[in-house]
Design a protein around this ligand. Structure first.
Ligand SMILES: *Cc1c(COP(=O)(O)O)cnc(C)c1O
Length: 484
């Protein structure tokens, strides 16, 4: 990296009169004069740079970004995994990017086929009847799924069902989506082992319950073992079961939500089925339903008639967005599913689970494991076991940057004070995982022997430890031109 230039804004590299391109001479004569009120009184303050300065500036900036292609990125609850380059190539094909969403069906049969087959593949993978790919994110999928559930109850004239049961360990989007859908949230407690407390649930069930939302594996990375009993209880009181399948990795090849008795679910294509999604997007949150609920899924959807694909726009009156969801994300998921194939999709769950358990077992003598049981694709430590050093989860996360690793998810879930949530994903090699374990052990050692090093980390990054509170409360996001 060019340290001399690092930290400069492109404006600060500007030299009056310098150009990176030349525009052709105006060959068309002067244009009619714009009204004076629309004209600038002075020139726009734009940076004036040569081409190479611009290229180097942005390349250096991009090198300061940590991505899954730079190194290990064990961010729990987010599934930051390898996104094969072939997905990007397919998603960038002009045959797809050049399609207009309003163009006649007969001229985009291939695109509709991809959409249709993705709907079908997700149904097969999850054991549900039908999928919509329209929602743009996991949270949007939750809202869509709850709208389906609300429509179902309304269609039966069962209007008193206005409550949704959400476990206290749920992702924050669950209660948020229920609230946006106009439903009341009832919290069910977790037991000491981290799974839903069935006794507490029993006391909450009555004929005002529209649905119960469950995340499986739950936010602690644990498989909810009591699903058979829970789904029976909720169904017996007339409610539906909603499956938050944002993180479906550990289930692939092992079990299917449809077989467990769930009625409605969403999947995050941008977690389980690749697509880089740092910085809040892009995503797609397909929603699937069991047989009997298809008519409540939003439109448009794609159907097949003989060999022809066509768009259905009138099978329900639920709309959750214009057109067909995030088509490029769907295309990446489709490519991912086809390149892995049935045989290799089956290996995703077991490998994701093995990798997470291997890290957990290799570190639990130094990091506090509040719930010591077999996990699925991720697990949560509650900071270092030795609290006497004063080294916190934040310090460990910052120190990892010095060793070239992205931090795990920290201070989430909220059930513990020093949460450190690790998800290796199924893609990583044993060598990568072993190297990460070594570094985590070294940091625990440093916490004892030289705690100040850890508390002041990162020491090797271009910017040291930022003041998080100041950055959140008083962010400076624009550049103010200094008076010359
Ligand atoms: C990521 C996640 C969500 C939300 O997905 P978005 O695409 O970020 O809206 C919901 N539930 C769980 C369990 C998640 O991990």
């Amino acid at each position: 990296m060019n340290n001399r230039l690092y930290g400069n804004l492109i404006f600060e590299l500007s030299h009056p009169g310098r150009r990176g391109c030349s525009l052709p001479r105006n060959r068309y004569g002067s244009q009619p004069q714009l009204p004076a009120s629309l004209l600038r009184s002075e020139d726009a303050q734009l940076p004036e740079c040569d081409e190479l300065t611009v290229v180097r500036h942005y390349t250096n900036l991009s090198n300061n970004n940590f991505g899954v292609n730079n190194g290990f990125y064990p961010l729990g609850s987010c599934t930051m995994k390898y996104n094969p380059i072939i997905n990007e190539e397919i998603a960038a094909m002009p045959q797809f990017t050049g399609i207009h969403p309003l163009q006649p069906e007969a001229t985009c049969q291939g695109a509709l086929q991809v959409y249709y087959e993705t709907q079908k593949a997700l149904a097969a993978i999850t054991g549900l009847e039908e999928f919509t790919l329209n929602p743009f994110a996991g949270a949007h999928g939750e809202l869509t799924g709850l709208m389906v559930i609300r429509s179902y109850h309304q269609s039966r004239g069962d209007l008193k069902r206005t409550k949704v049961i959400v476990p206290d360990s749920a992702h924050g989007t669950n209660p948020a989506s229920a609230a946006v859908c106009g439903l009341e949230i009832v919290e069910v407690k977790s037991k000491a082992d981290g799974t839903v407390d069935v006794d507490d649930l029993r006391g909450l069930l009555d004929d005002t319950i529209a649905a119960m939302m469950m995340t499986n594996p739950n936010t602690l990375g644990l498989f909810e073992r009591n699903i058979p009993e829970i789904q029976e209880m909720v169904h017996a009181c007339g409610g539906l079961m909603y499956y938050d399948g944002a993180n479906l990795n550990p289930m692939l090849g092992e079990c299917r939500p449809g077989d467990m008795g769930f009625d409605v679910m969403h999947i995050n294509l941008h977690k389980t089925f690749s697509t880089p999604h740092g910085g809040g997007g892009p995503g797609d949150g397909p929603v699937g339903v069991r047989k009997g609920l298809e008519q409540f899924l939003p439109v448009p959807k794609v159907a097949k008639d003989g060999d022809t694909y066509h768009i259905v726009s009138d099978s329900s009156d639920i709309h959750v967005g214009e057109f067909f969801g995030n088509y490029a994300v769907i295309l990446r998921a489709y490519t991912y599913i086809l390149t892995l194939g049935k045989e290799h999709l089956r290996m995703v769950g077991p490998l994701a689970t093995l990798n997470a358990n291997y890290i957990k077992e290799s570190l639990k003598d130094l990091y506090l494991l509040p719930i010591d049981s077999v996990c699925k694709h991720e697990f949560v430590f509650d900071g270092l076991i030795d609290k006497s050093t004063g080294v916190t989860t934040m310090d460990v996360a910052k120190r990892l940057l010095d060793y070239g690793y992205h931090a795990p998810t920290i201070y989430f879930p909220l059930l513990f004070h020093e949460s450190l949530m690790i998800e290796p994903t199924e893609n990583e090699s044993k060598q990568t995982i072993d190297a990460f374990i070594d570094v985590m052990r070294r940091i625990a050692q440093e916490a004892k022997e030289q705690p100040d090093t850890v508390k002041n980390a990162p020491l090797t990054t271009p910017i040291g430890r930022a003041d998080d509170v100041l950055a959140a409360k008083n962010p400076i996001l624009t550049y103010r031109q200094l008076a010359k």
